[in-house]
Design a protein around this ligand. Structure first.
Ligand SMILES: O=C(O)c1ccccc1NCC(=O)[C@H](O)[C@H](O)COP(=O)(O)O
Length: 224
C-alpha cells in the first residue's frame, strides 16, 4: 500500500536513507511502506541514481520508492529520473511549489517543512497546497536527517485536525517516542532515519523492526 494512502489506525511507515540491499530486504520483511533514497551528495546517506535503481528493483509492489532531493538542478533531477524508478518525490530543500510541480511532472510529491519555533503551519499548507503530503521535519543545521524532534505541541490543533491525513511526521523519531507522536497527532505516516541507525548512515535491522512494532502497538491503541 502506498505511503500516502491514509487509513485511520494504520499509520504508514517510511524508512529513509537506505544504501545496502540487505537493509532494504530487512525493512521490507519488517513491513515498511516506503523507503527513502537520498540524492544529496553531501549526505552520508547519499546514493547514486544507479545504486538506487538496483535497490528499488528489490522492492515488492506497493512499497514506495521515495526520491529525496535538495534543490536539484534540471540535469541532476533528469539523471535520477532516468535511472531510478521513483514512485514518490520528497523535496527537502528550498524548492518553490511551482518548481516541485514542474519537476514531479504528474508524479506524487511531498514537501518537507523544517519546523522551528514560530513555524507558520497555515501559510505553509496554503503555499504548498498542491503537494500530496506535508512532511514535517525539525529545523536543523543543513537540510535534514538530523535525528532531532521538534516541539509537537507547537502544531496548532486546528491545523493538525484539518491536515492529519496529509501529514508525514519526521524528525528524531525512534521506537520510544513514535507511539506518543501517533497518539497526539494521528499522522498519515511517520518517517525515520537516525532513529533506526547505530551510527550516522548505518541502519540496524533490530531497530527497524522495533520501530515498526512500536507503530503497530500505537495504532492498536488509537481510539479515532
Ligand atoms: O538524511 C539526510 O542526510 C538528509 C539530507 C538532506 C535532507 C534530508 C535528509 N534526510 C531526511 C530524512 O532522512 C527523513 O526524511 C527524516 O527527516 C528523518 O530524519 P531523522 O530525524 O534522522 O529521523
Amino acid at each position: 500500500m502506498s505511503l500516502l494512502s491514509y487509513a485511520p489506525r494504520h499509520t504508514r511507515v517510511k524508512i529513509c536513507g537506505l544504501k545496502l540491499p540487505q537493509d532494504v530486504d530487512a525493512a521490507v520483511m519488517a513491513g515498511v511502506d516506503a523507503l527513502g533514497f537520498v540524492f544529496y551528495p553531501p549526505s552520508s546517506r547519499a546514493v547514486t541514481p544507479n545504486i538506487a535503481a538496483s535497490l528499488i528493483n528489490r522492492l515488492p509492489v506497493g512499497v514506495d520508492a521515495v526520491g529525496l532531493v535538495v534543490n536539484p538542478s534540471d540535469a541532476e533531477f533528469a539523471a535520477i529520473r532516468a535511472a531510478a524508478p521513483i514512485t514518490l518525490w520528497q523535496f527537502h530543500g528550498d524548492e518553490t511549489p511551482e518548481r516541485c510541480e514542474t519537476l514531479a511532472d504528474g508524479q506524487p510529491w511531498m514537501k518537507a517543512a523544517r519546523v522551528g519555533a514560530q513555524f507558520a503551519f497555515e501559510e505553509f499548507s496554503l503555499q504548498y497546497g498542491l503537494a500530496n503530503a506535508f512532511l514535517l521535519d525539525a529545523l536543523v543545521e543543513g537540510y535534514g536527517g538530523g535525528g532531532v524532534p521538534f516541539d509537537w505541541q507547537g502544531i496548532p490543533q486546528a491545523w493538525i485536525s484539518a491536515n492529519a491525513p496529509r501529514v508525514v511526521l519526521s524528525g528524531g523519531l525512534n521506537s520510544h517516542n513514535v507511539g506518543e507522536a501517533i497518539a497526539r497527532l494521528h499522522p498519515c505516516a511517520v518517517d525515520v532515519s537516525s532513529g533506526v541507525e547505530i551510527s550516522k548512515g548505518i541502519k540496524d535491522h533490530a531497530l527497524m523492526k522495533q520501530f515498526i512494532q512500536s507503530v503497530r502497538d500505537a495504532d492498536s491503541k488509537q481510539s479515532i
